[in-house]
Design a protein around this ligand. Structure first.
Ligand code: SF4
Length: 385
């Protein structure tokens, strides 16, 4: 049986017309089966392919060009391996992206990575909320969800999708409630405790009122919150600057930014934040995006670290979209370029895995010495209440 995002079948790669192709900017692994097929070939193209691989024990990865592009990506942004030999010769990584497949003996979960601009465009255009649906192959029997070993994880995911897209709460409240509930229910998720999870989820109202109460007692004065947000945004830009990706020329990164001293950078960020108005259309998109992110990352809820990391990343996604992307990138919301840039940001993080360690934790500790979870609440609620 398959569980899939309800927009899963709408995706099809736009190939050569993609503004920010996924065949650049990150490591491309070649699985051992595909590598064996390359080794068996003896034409001149196969020599070229083999010469552009970096071999390691048990596999290989593609040797990217100086511009960090896949060498098999031609000037029309099409794959030479596909053109020469067909899709059978494309490795698992290339065939699968941006699909995320979580296979368990009973059920396969299908979702998409948000590092693809076409996936983002589909989510943007989607009129109904993001949902999970099921499909069975011919002759296969439908399985009741609550008999699955991972049901407690699905319980949390389904609850989160609903909470994030329920417009009777602000988006900030909903995000804070999802983070809070996710952290509370880690044990139930890992021990497959369906009843325990059910009891926790029945307390949604309490979680929301705790979130609001927490907001009331937290010091959210400008003196505390502003340096923290400026620091997170600044850490993000420093991190991007330390990577090569911003030099690829497809994005208009603000070079001036890196010549300013820290105080000037923070001041500019705060000026921007005060001026910037998030529209209702942005919020609707971010709700769907966060729901799709939780769904795509559900396979990581099997460990305590995974739960924490996904939920904190969900928060950072939002801060980045609201406070970073529009900061110096003068690009209109909802355009092809807008999606290409968000996908690019997603890729930087998928590649580095640096969400929490590189940005949030140093920013919080450096500026305030505060504990992370308290400030997650402050940051979330800054946007929602
Ligand atoms: S990023 Fe998405 S649309 Fe673009 S080439 Fe990759 S799979 Fe296709």
């Amino acid at each position: 049986m398959f569980l899939l995002a309800d927009y899963y079948d709408s995706f099809s790669c736009v190939g050569g017309s993609c503004l920010n192709t996924c065949c650049a900017g990150w490591q491309i692994e070649v699985d051992s089966q595909t590598l064996d097929m390359y080794r068996e070939k003896s034409d001149s193209f196969s020599e070229y392919v083999r010469a552009n691989l970096i071999y390691s024990e048990g596999g290989a990865k593609v040797r990217l060009t100086e511009e960090r592009r896949c060498p098999f990506l031609n000037s029309e942004n099409l794959c030479d391996i596909y053109t020469h030999w067909g899709d059978t010769y494309m490795g698992d990584t290339c065939c699968a992206f941006p699909r995320i497949i979580w296979q368990t003996p009973e059920v396969t979960l299908l979702a998409h990575s948000l590092s693809c601009e076409e996936v983002l465009r589909i989510l943007f255009a989607k009129v109904s909320p993001v949902a999970l649906c099921s499909e069975i192959a011919e002759g296969e029997k439908e399985i009741a969800l609550d008999t699955l070993p991972n049901y407690s994880i699905y319980q949390f995911v389904l609850w989160s999708l609903e909470m994030l897209q329920d417009t009777s709460h602000t988006f900030g409240e909903a995000l804070a409630a999802v983070v809070s509930m996710g952290l509370k229910s880690q044990t139930a998720m890992q021990s497959h405790d369906m009843e325990g999870m059910d009891n926790l989820l029945k307390q949604s109202d309490r979680v929301l009122s705790d979130v609001r109460r927490g907001y009331d007692v937290i010091d959210k004065s400008e003196r505390v919150v502003e340096p923290l947000i400026a620091s997170i945004v600044d850490s993000f830009w420093q991190m991007v600057h330390s990577r090569d990706s911003y030099k690829q020329g497809m994005f208009y990164w603000c070079e001036d930014y890196f010549s300013w001293d820290k105080n000037t950078r923070h001041q500019k960020i705060l000026e921007h934040i005060k001026e910037y108005k998030v529209s209702a259309a942005h919020i609707t998109f971010y709700r769907k995006l966060s729901a799709a992110f939780i769904l795509a990352q559900s396979y990581r809820f099997t460990t305590e670290e995974g739960v924490k990391n996904v939920l904190q990343s969900c928060l950072l996604n939002y801060i980045i979209l609201v406070d970073i992307l529009p900061l110096f990138w003068n690009v209109e919301f909802g355009t092809a370029e807008y999606f290409a840039r968000i996908a690019h940001i997603g890729r930087i993080f998928e590649y580095t895995g640096g969400w929490i360690n590189d940005i949030l934790a140093p920013a919080v500790a450096g500026e305030t010495g505060a504990d992370l979870d308290t400030y997650i609440a402050v940051l979330l609620l800054r946007y929602g209440i």
